[in-house]
Ligand binder design. Structure first.
Ligand SMILES: *[C@@H]1O[C@H](CO)[C@@H](O)[C@H](O)[C@H]1NC(C)=O
Ligand SMILES: *[C@@H]1O[C@H](CO)[C@@H](O)[C@H](O)[C@H]1NC(C)=O
Ligand SMILES: *[C@@H]1O[C@H](CO)[C@@H](O)[C@H](O)[C@H]1NC(C)=O
Ligand SMILES: *[C@@H]1O[C@H](CO)[C@@H](O)[C@H](O)[C@H]1NC(C)=O
Ligand SMILES: *[C@@H]1O[C@H](CO)[C@@H](O)[C@H](O)[C@H]1NC(C)=O
Length: 364
């Protein structure tokens, strides 16, 4: 390589490395960070209709009387989906993904033709969009589980809206649809949270069989055989309804229990279904019928959470569709931001290139 070529090569490499680092740092809110409140998101909800349940100051403090039906405090349900109605149906659900551990689970379910439900955390979608897309493309149901996994009844109305809507937006940017089902983290839902979720188009899904698999992170004596043990007991009960069980694909230790419990459930002649399909809903997404041609993100790298030029073009083409005004505003803003980001990116690459180039030349 000629010396001047070498300078070009070094300058360009450094410029590209910098811009790559900026690119992967992303424009979505951070992992497990409370996402910013937005006026356009708040405008999706009529605040006068939200029941005035007090915001809990601490998740360990429950109100003395359960006026607003908090499931986490008392097990109270109010229109929530907790079971599959048909006694032979089993809704298998995994929360807190997508993660790399989800992939093994998906690969296990695929040849068996099994479709289940994943309630995903928005910030984890930002980390692994291609895994969410894989799950969706394989026909699994995708539901919303918030952006940063807070106890929702400890959050203000605006914070709850931000948790749900940011998650909806990234799911939409990734698979082109917004879920119609959500699960409150820790089952922490009261009538205030239910009302906001409902106004944003969600049905609330809880569970009636909890593996408590995540407690292994706190309880050193946790025995993973308990999960198989619990399922074995559950399938032997004389059912009056089917069940919805709760597991997590955040950790390998818990995600890898999926292949262990599926044979127990199938062996007892249950049919494994997604939650939506066990309640007879074959279209568990919102506004699918409104958007004729939903946008799709195409992924080129594992941690691509920054909207790319392709996304900008795709989002531009959906501007003509029939979305509610507030949602359109979001996309207009977002497209403008993305285009600005992309221009910044180009300008920065050129600047760094020129800078590094001149430093090398001057030092000769
Ligand atoms: C909630 O209260 C518990 C026990 O009183 C305490 O340990 C915990 O730190 C509190 N959490 C918050 C978020 O204040
Ligand atoms: C079911 O799980 C609980 C912990 O969540 C455990 O104490 C119990 O022993 C398990 N049952 C069986 C039969 O393994
Ligand atoms: C996850 O756990 C399974 C089963 O214990 C193991 O076979 C696999 O290698 C683990 N995967 C990762 C990425 O650690
Ligand atoms: C499951 O169904 C098959 C065929 O209908 C039957 O032979 C078997 O005994 C059933 N098993 C259980 C555990 O009910
Ligand atoms: C995105 O990917 C899908 C499948 O890989 C492909 O069919 C489609 O044409 C791609 N879209 C764009 C805009 O590149």
């Amino acid at each position: 390589m000629k010396f001047s070529r070498k300078i070009e090569f070094v300058s360009l490499s450094i410029a590209l490395l910098f811009t790559f680092l900026v690119e992967v740092s992303g424009s979505w809110p951070g992992t497990d960070q409370p996402p910013p409140i937005r006026d356009d998101f708040n405008a999706l909800v009529d605040f006068t209709k939200i029941p005035p349940a007090p915001v809990r100051s601490n998740e360990t403090l429950c109100p003395e009387t359960d006026t607003y039906c908090n499931f986490a405090c008392t097990g109270c349900v109010n229109g929530d989906i907790t079971v599959c109605p048909n006694p032979r149906d089993w809704g298998l659900t995994f929360d807190d993904g997508p993660t790399t551990f989800t992939i093994d689970l998906l690969n296990y379910l695929k040849p068996r033709g099994l479709k289940i439900t994943f309630f995903v955390v928005g910030s984890r979608v930002a980390e692994s969009p291609e895994i969410l897309k894989m799950a969706y493309d394989l026909g699994h149901e995708i539901g919303v589980h918030t952006w940063s996994h807070p106890y929702l009844t400890t959050q203000s109305n605006e914070q709850i809206i931000a948790e749900l809507q940011w998650t909806a937006e990234i799911i939409k940017a990734t698979i082109g649809v917004i879920p119609a089902y959500m699960r409150p983290p820790f089952g922490d839902v009261d009538d205030r949270v239910r009302n906001i979720a409902s106004q944003l188009g969600y049905k609330v899904v809880i569970w009636d069989r909890d593996t408590k698999d995540w407690t292994f992170t706190k309880d050193l004596s946790f025995d993973f055989n308990w999960i198989k043990g619990n399922f074995t007991e559950w399938v032997q009960e004389k059912p009056t309804t089917g069940h919805i069980s709760l597991q997590h694909d955040l950790y390998n230790q818990t995600a890898s229990q999926g292949p262990k419990v599926v044979p127990i459930v199938l062996g007892a002649n249950y049919t494994i279904k997604s939650v939506a399909s066990c309640i007879g809903d074959n279209d568990p997404y919102q506004r699918k019928k409104v958007l004729n041609n939903p946008p799709k993100n195409n992924f080129t790298s594992v941690s691509q959470d920054q909207p790319t030029l392709t996304t900008v073009i795709q989002e531009s083409t959906m501007m003509t569709t029939n979305l509610p005004v507030s949602t359109q505003t979001f996309y207009v803003t977002n497209v403008a931001n993305n285009q600005r980001n992309f221009l910044n990116y180009l300008v920065m690459t050129v600047n760094i290139y020129v800078f590094v180039h001149s430093v090398i030349i001057n030092s000769m």
